[in-house]
Ligand binder design. Structure first.
Ligand code: UDP
Ligand code: MG
Length: 315
């Protein structure tokens, strides 16, 4: 039978924390008078995560699992999780307890009040050090770089109504930035605030490199500003050089000797401009690489096996 609420989460090498998460979700949902399922997507874990999920399923029949053929990364795994949800509303969250299951009742209450995209908004986060600085810097800069209004301090943690899920799943892009896509699809939206805890167990599975790609995906898929900025810099440089040329030309006409004969100036100018041009090419390359990814049309993820009967998910 189709459940009313689907809670979906990606898991990658989470053997230390998965039981705590399942129990916390089961506790919250047992207090709701609603049918539910918990869809866990195993994103190519190399530890005992999947065996533990299977074992938990004997105690909690609401659990469904989807096993991907390898590690596809957080955004792909979350997309796979949403694609397999069958509920009328889907709660998307991480499985490391950083997105607190205790917030689920509030998300559901907001959905029952008629909201279709309910964002969980971080008002504080427990992470420390470089990681925290990185996250904060990204969210501050992100606001100014995007063309499209995406609410600040949101992540993948949210509740989506079935109508929103169906529209989200129609978007074919591969380099996904889900918080942006949640906003892009529109619908009646609301916010529920929370403090982001530290993970319950284990270490973060998102490497710095992956987080950086995610941040760049976020900017490039929602903004042409980087390209326009390049155009602006190029125009300013060209105008400045034209003005300089005019200045020296006039000076020569009036009979003065050229002021600069310096080799150093020349080297600095040439190498500086060369560097600027290479940066510009690299930026255009980032857009082109993403276009190439899209035209290859490889699926975002591949499902190896699943516990869901008649699995007809789209990806
Ligand atoms: N995760 C995943 N695939 C990955 C990396 C992470 O499915 O390649 C899962 C992970 O198990 C967790 C969630 O995505 O449930 C968030 O990962 P993590 O806590 O490492 O990210 P962070 O909170 O640091 O952004
Ligand atoms: Mg985490």
């Amino acid at each position: 039978m189709k459940p009313t609420i689907s809670i979906v989460a990606p898991v990658y090498n989470e053997e230390q924390g998965i039981e705590v998460f399942i129990q916390a979700v089961a506790k919250e949902m047992s207090e709701q008078q609603l049918s539910w399922e918990l869809v866990l997507v195993n994103d190519g874990s190399s530890d005992a995560t999947l065996e533990m999920i299977r074992d938990e399923r004997t105690r909690h029949p609401e659990i469904e699992w989807v096993d991907l053929s390898r590690n596809f990364g957080h955004q792909a795994a979350v997309t796979a999780a949403i694609a397999h949800a069958r509920g009328d509303a889907v709660v998307v969250m991480d499985a490391d307890m950083q997105d607190p299951p205790a917030l689920i009742p509030q998300l559901i209450a907001s959905w029952q009040a008629g909201n279709q995209v309910v964002f969980a908004r971080r008002i504080d986060r427990a992470e420390k050090g470089l990681r925290r600085c990185g996250f904060e810097l990204f969210h501050k800069l992100f606001r100014y770089t995007i063309d499209f209004p995406i609410p600040p301090d949101i992540g993948v943690f949210c509740l989506l109504d079935r109508a929103a899920v169906d529209e989200l799943m129609k978007l074919p892009e591969r380099n996904r930035f889900l918080p942006g896509l949640y906003s892009w699809i529109g619908f009646q939206r609301a916010f529920v605030d929370y403090s982001r805890d530290d993970r319950a167990a284990g270490t973060p599975k998102q490497t710095f490199k992956r987080l950086l790609k995610y941040a760049i995906d976020g900017v490039l898929s929602f903004s042409y500003k980087p390209i326009r900025l390049l155009g602006g810099i190029g125009l300013c440089t060209a105008l400045a050089s034209f003005a300089l040329a005019l200045y020296f030309f006039c000076k020569r006409l009036l009979g003065y000797e050229s002021a600069f004969t310096g080799f150093t100036t020349l080297v600095i100018l040439v190498s500086g401009l060369g560097g600027l041009i290479l940066c510009a090419i690299a930026l255009v390359g980032e857009y082109v690489a993403r276009i190439y990814d899209e035209v290859k049309m490889r699926p975002g993820f591949i499902v190896k096996s699943t516990s869901i009967d008649n699995d007809q998910s789209r990806h």
